[in-house]
Write a protein that binds this ligand. Structure first.
Ligand code: PLP
Length: 455
C-alpha cells in the first residue's frame, strides 16, 4: 500500500477513511457519499484541511483546546517525558513524579478541600469512577443501599456504559440499555421547556425537582447528584440564576454528595478555573478532562474532597485504569496548567475578550431566526426558531435547521456545532477580538444562508 500522508489527494484519503475508520456519533454509511473533512494541521485558533482551507475553530476541537493549537512547550514536555519514563502505572504502591506534581497542582487550584485526584484516561472513564466511588463511599459508611445517583435529562457525562447512563440523552439510552439506579430529573432549559413561567420561577421549579426526587426515592437511597455547572453537549444551556443556589440549598439539607462534571466547564471555560466557582457551588467531587491538557494528551480524573477521599481510602477500592495518571499525559497537563497560569490566559479571556464576545454574540439575537443568545465566559449558544415570541420549534424534524446551519458554517470555514436547533460555540481561550469579529461575520453569513433555505 502507498504511504498514507497529508500529501495524498483528499478523495483518496476520504475513501480509505470511509472504508476503514468508524466515526463516533456518525452514520457511517454517509461517508461513502460525502467524505469526511480531512484536517491536516492547526495553529492558534485555526485549522487547515487537505484542500488548503483555513478554518476558524469556534469549538476548540471538542471543547478542549483551551490554550490554542501549536504550543511547542507541550510537545517538548511530551518528548522529554517519553524519553525519560514513557509509561508506568500507579497501581501496587508505586508512583512517579509527573503524577505527584500534577496532583499537588490540582489540589492547589481546585476550590475548598478538593485535595485528592483519582485519574482516568477520559471524562467518561472518570464519571464511571465516580459511580463506583460514591457507591463504595456509602458502603464503607455502612449504607450500601444508598446507591442511586440523580442526574438530569439532556445532561451529558460521556459514552461509556456508566457515564452514558448518568447522562440524560434518550437517543443514547435507546441503544444498548443503561445501568441501574440512576434517576433523571428535568433540565433547567427555560427556552425549550419554561412555558409561561419566568426564567426565575422556572429555575426554582427545576431545582426543586431534586428535592422531590430525594424525598420520593428516600434520602437513605440517594448517593449523589451529578450535573454540569452549565450543560455543554445538551446545547450550552445556561440555567436561570435561581437554579444553582436552590440546588445548593437542597444538597446542603440532605446527606447526598454533589458531583460537578467540570469536563467542559473546567480550566477557564466559564471565566474562572472551574464552573463550580462561576455558579457558586462547592462540590464533593469534580470530574475533569478536556481542558486539563487542552486536549494535547488524553487524561481525565476525579478531584475528591478530604472526607470522601478518607472514607474511600480506608478500604481497598477495586478500581483503576492502565493509563490512569499516565506520565506523558500528566506531564503535558502540568505544562498546560503552567501556561494557563503564567500567561494569565483565563484572566485575559475573562476580562479582555469575554465582554466583547458576549456583546457581539448576544447581538445575534437580532437575526430573524435567532430567539435566544446566551454566553458565559467562552461557552455560548443561540436557539433557532421560526417565532421568537412563542419560542416555537421548527416544524421540520428536530435538528434539521441546526444541521443546515452547521453545514453553512462548515462551508464558510467556521466550526460551530449544532445540538438540535441550537448552535453552540466554545472557542479556545486565546481567541482574539479579530477572531470574535471573524466568528460573528461568518456566523451571520451562515445564518442568512440557512434562513434563505428554510423560511
Ligand atoms: N462530561 C462532560 C460534561 C462532557 O462534555 C464530556 C464530553 O464531551 C464527557 C464527560 C466525556 O468526556 P470524554 O469524551 O473525554 O470521555
Amino acid at each position: 500500500m502507498a504511504q498514507i500522508s497529508n500529501h495524498m489527494a483528499t478523495a483518496e484519503l476520504q475513501a480509505l477513511d470511509a472504508d476503514h475508520h468508524m466515526h463516533p456519533f456518525s452514520t457511517q454509511a454517509g461517508f461513502k457519499t460525502k467524505g469526511a473533512r480531512v484536517i491536516t494541521r492547526a495553529s492558534g485558533t485555526r485549522l487547515w484541511d487537505s484542500e488548503g482551507n483555513e478554518i476558524l475553530d469556534a469549538m476548540a476541537g471538542l471543547w478542549c483546546v483551551n490554550i490554542g493549537y501549536g504550543r511547542d512547550e507541550l510537545a517538548e514536555v511530551a518528548y522529554r517525558q517519553m524519553k525519560e519514563l514513557p509509561y508506568y502505572n500507579t497501581f501496587f504502591q508505586t508512583t512517579h513524579v509527573p503524577v505527584i506534581a500534577l496532583s499537588a497542582r490540582l489540589a492547589e487550584l481546585a476550590p475548598g478541600d478538593l485535595n485528592h485526584v483519582f485519574y482516568a484516561g477520559s471524562g467518561s472513564e472518570a464519571n464511571d469512577t465516580n459511580i463506583r466511588m460514591v457507591r463504595f463511599y456509602w458502603a464503607q459508611k455502612g449504607k450500601p443501599d444508598k446507591n442511586i445517583i440523580i442526574s438530569r435529562k439532556n445532561g451529558y457525562h460521556g459514552s461509556t456504559l456508566g457515564a452514558m447512563s448518568l447522562g440524560g440523552m434518550s437517543g443514547m439510552h435507546a441503544q444498548g440499555g443503561v445501568v441501574q439506579n440512576v434517576h433523571h430529573i428535568d433540565q433547567p432549559n427555560w427556552w425549550a421547556e419554561g412555558g409561561d413561567m419566568t426564567p426565575e420561577e422556572f429555575g426554582l421549579e427545576r431545582a426543586q425537582q431534586l428535592e422531590k426526587a430525594i424525598l420520593e426515592l428516600g434520602e437513605d437511597r440517594v448517593a449523589a447528584f451529578i450535573a454540569e455547572p452549565i450543560q455543554g453537549a445538551g446545547g450550552v444551556i445556561v440555567p436561570p440564576e435561581t437554579y444553582w443556589p436552590e440546588i445548593k440549598r437542597i444538597c446542603d439539607k440532605y446527606e447526598i454528595l454533589l458531583i460537578a462534571d467540570e469536563v467542559i466547564c473546567g480550566f477557564g471555560r466559564t471565566g474562572q478555573w472551574f464552573g463550580s466557582q462561576t455558579v457558586g457551588i462547592q462540590p464533593h467531587i469534580m470530574t475533569i478532562a478536556k481542558g486539563l491538557s487542552s486536549g494535547y494528551a488524553p487524561i481525565g480524573g476525579s478531584i475528591v474532597c478530604d472526607e470522601v477521599a478518607e472514607v474511600v481510602g480506608s478500604g481497598e477500592f477495586n478500581h483503576g485504569y492502565t493509563y490512569a495518571g499516565h506520565p506523558v499525559s500528566a506531564a503535558v497537563a502540568l505544562e498546560n496548567l503552567r501556561i494557563l497560569d503564567e500567561e494569565k490566559i483565563i484572566e485575559t479571556a475573562r476580562e479582555q475578550i469575554a465582554p466583547y464576545l458576549k456583546q457581539q454574540f448576544e447581538a445575534l439575537v437580532d437575526h430573524p431566526m435567532v430567539g435566544e443568545a446566551k454566553i458565559v465566559g467562552h461557552m455560548g449558544s443561540i436557539a433557532l426558531t421560526p417565532n421568537k415570541e412563542t419560542r416555537a420549534k421548527f416544524a421540520a424534524e428536530a435538528g434539521t435547521v441546526g444541521y443546515i446551519c452547521r453545514e453553512r458554517c462548515f462551508a464558510n470555514n467556521l466550526i460551530m456545532r449544532h445540538v438540535g436547533d441550537r448552535m453552540i460555540i466554545s472557542p479556545p481561550l486565546v481567541f482574539t477580538r479579530d477572531d470574535v469579529d471573524l466568528l460573528i461575520s461568518r456566523a451571520r453569513k451562515s445564518l442568512d444562508e440557512a434562513y434563505a433555505k428554510v423560511k
